[in-house]
Design a protein around this ligand. Sequence first.
Ligand code: TRP
Length: 338
Amino acid sequence: MESENVQKKVVMTAAQPTGKLHLGNYLGAIKNWGQMIEDYECYFGIVDMHAITIPYVPADLKRNVYDCAAQYMACGLDPQKCNLFLQSMVKGHAELAWILGCICPIGSLERMTQYKDKAKKHKDALNSGLLYYPVLMASDILIYNADLVPVGEDQKQHLELTRDLAQKFNNMYSPTFKLPEPYIPKSGARIMSLQSPDSKMSKSDPNQNGTLYITDEPSVLQKKIMSAVTDSDSSVRYDVQNKPGVSNLMSIMAAFTQKTYGQIEDEFSGKGYGDFKKAVAEVVIESLAPVRQSYKDYSSDKAMIEDAIKKGSQAATRRTTKMMAKVYRKVGFLNFEK
Ligand code: TRP
């Protein structure tokens, strides 16, 4: 793969193995990653080392990694066309994180908004790993010398820190790391909760009727969509301020059908919310049917998942080993193997 792809730009991104993917993960991220695999050399990480920064159960982590890989593949991340790796299998991530940590001011970690939010939530189990999280993320990115890093809005601050650390390392030693560009896909829809359309769709939403999982049964999807919160006006019109619920359903429909908001408005002018929701449900159910089917196939084939992760992690190790040798040499570590 490497030799025929030398001219291709390198894309690196990752997500934690959180279990079930919802429509926000799918339309906002994974679906777009799938569109990049033809044009770029892609490294997609399942970051299990990030997942242990908050309290967790080891057996669940293992299960979630398998489940996450099966869902990624079901969403179109073909392991033959991209490198699906597991962070803990690629040793350089932790090694580079240590070195970057040694040039990273504590203050800049304490300022990270995600750290502050999570620290509040986990007051009674506040480990240094949580503070150090962005350094590991910087390592994830820099070790691939990636050109593009697709991330959501909420990760922009971490990416800025990554650039700062790269710059600092380059200045202290010599030019080594490319400064990675955040890539916020144009088509990346921001999907909100169906029950409280002012907040993002989330796995930890206490009202699970607001969250559509890509592996939900059709009847469940139908029920959740039919009971989505709307408003008392009854026209299908895109207006996030005054009609957040309807606008959210319109974004979902637009993301799946490529229709514009104008086209959707025309199609449903004079019709009520009932008809509109039915149509949204139909589109979602139909679009997710193949994903759900291949998820079933993949998740019953453990060996296939293991092969994919192994292949991806080996490719990731090949790419990152060279970078680590360079970094070790620059920081002054001895190497007797040359
Ligand atoms: N912190 C990211 C998130 O929560 C996950 C992540 C870890 C990541 N390492 C990364 C994303 C490297 C992009 C690149 O979404």
